[in-house]
Write a protein that binds this ligand. Structure first.
Ligand SMILES: NC(=O)c1ccc[n+]([C@@H]2O[C@H](COP(=O)([O-])OP(=O)(O)OC[C@H]3O[C@@H](n4cnc5c(N)ncnc54)[C@H](O)[C@@H]3O)[C@@H](O)[C@H]2O)c1
Ligand SMILES: [Zn+2]
Ligand SMILES: [Zn+2]
Length: 365
């Protein structure tokens, strides 16, 4: 099959690699119908995630069709359309039992496109398939579900729910990339009083207004602290969500939050940030961090099915799977292309799932 392979920092290519096969009885093989690229894939390519071995197929967000299942898989069969989430869950360890799948110690967690081959290819092996994929109803289109693989549950769980957004709140979201925009979209579910989006790129702020931000602030041009204090009668934001991943934006969140408020960090940080306890100790502020668990994915799917949220506007560019390299270039050059999320689609299947299963039979357990 063809897949996007990481060959060390700065190097990737669309290669011919062996088809994946069932390695454990709980595995499924999924034909990738639609996939996307994450900012984290760019971090991997920069060499920021050194545990990714050269030779690994990248990608942790996809919608596909099951073509083969291991003997122990009981809830899936060939032909099922599934969302393959960025987080895999063993379903048995202490953390999975608590719904903290991101912390799985039984071999799951974030492994796809990280510790094992991922989803930017024609086929993928998905471990712990029963507890890791989500079956899709026929009325949900691939593109409607695709962004539930990562950005929506991340923004909702690590930003909105950890930040305890409550009706009437002023929510400040620092960073209006795909994660920050998904935080705008999912914060609206809580009926906040006002959503303020902050970014240094005007194009991103325009996207933020389109998905529902009430106020936007370019914090590269104006003093965000002054503006937030003016908006909130000198109190500060009830909730500040950090969606960038650099020290300055975390420190800004800690400054703009009101006494008794919440700072929810979502960004992945590569450098230490300063925690100004000399100012914060008296402010009763709660600071949370986290990796997405994807425990809210069924709830978000329900919201999509009922038309309450529509993540499809995040898709700005579409490519065929075979054009994944071009898609990476477009995605990485967002300042020029204005890309948010790129959608990679396999060509319409030439074979039925059953025929594919038969073709793959040689690799069955
Ligand atoms: N915690 C998790 O589970 C999890 C999961 C996925 C992604 N993430 C992380 O979330 C963060 C955001 O992801 P993304 O895909 O939206 O990233 P992105 O790079 O596409 O977007 C970041 C945005 O921040 C803006 N920005 C940069 N510097 C800024 C500053 N000083 N002030 C205000 N805005 C600034 C950029 O213009 C951009 O619009 C990343 O760090 C990513 O790795 C975390
Ligand atoms: Zn991701
Ligand atoms: Zn587990």
């Amino acid at each position: 099959m063809k897949a996007l392979v990481f060959h060390g920092p700065g190097q990737r290519s669309w290669d011919t690699v062996p088809d994946p096969s069932i390695m454990a009885e709980t595995d499924a093989i999924v034909r990738i119908d639609t996939a996307t690229i994450c900012g984290t894939d760019l971090h991997i390519l920069k060499g920021d995630v050194p545990e990714v071995e050269p030779g690994t197929v990248l990608g942790h967000e996809a919608v596909g069709t099951v073509v083969e299942t291991g003997k122990a898989v009981t809830t899936l069969q060939a032909g099922d359309r599934v969302l393959v989430s960025c987080i895999t869950s063993c379903g048995r360890c202490r953390f999975c039992r608590e719904g903290h799948y991101g912390l799985c110690t039984g071999g799951g967690g974030w492994i796809l496109g990280h510790l094992i081959d991922g989803l930017q290819g024609e086929l993928a092996r998905v471990p712990f398939a029963d507890t890791s994929v989500h079956k899709l109803a026929p009325e949900i289109a691939d593109e409607q579900a695709l962004f539930l693989a990562d950005i929506l549950p991340t923004a909702y769980e690590v930003g909105v729910l950890n930040g305890k957004v409550t009706p009437g709140d002023t929510v400040a979201i620092v960073g209006a990339g795909p994660i920050g925009l998904a935080a705008v979209m999912t914060a609206k579910l809580m009926t906040p009083g006002r959503i303020v989006a902050l970014d240094v790129a005007d194009a991103r702020l325009e996207h933020a207004r389109k998905v529902g931000a009430d106020v936007t602030i370019n914090n590269g041009e104006t003093d965000a602290l002054v503006e937030i204090m003016e908006l909130t009668n000198g109190l500060g934001a009830d909730v500040a969500i950090e969606a960038v991943g650099v020290p300055e934006t975390f420190e800004l969140c800690a400054e703009i939050v009101r006494p008794g408020g919440h700072v929810a960090n979502v960004g992945v940080h590569g450098r230490p940030a300063t925690l100004h306890l000399e100012k914060l100790w008296i402010k009763d502020v709660t600071i949370t961090t986290g990796l997405v668990d994807t425990s809210t994915t069924p709830r978000l799917l329900e919201l999509i099915a009922n038309g309450r949220i529509d993540p499809t506007p995040f898709a700005t560019h579409r490519f065929e799977l075979a054009e994944t390299e071009e898609a990476y270039e477009t995605f990485a050059d967002a300042a020029t292309t204005n890309a948010l999320k790129v959608v990679l689609s396999a060509e319409p299947a030439q074979l039925t799932a059953k025929e594919q299963t038969e073709a793959l039979a040689g690799t069955a357990v």
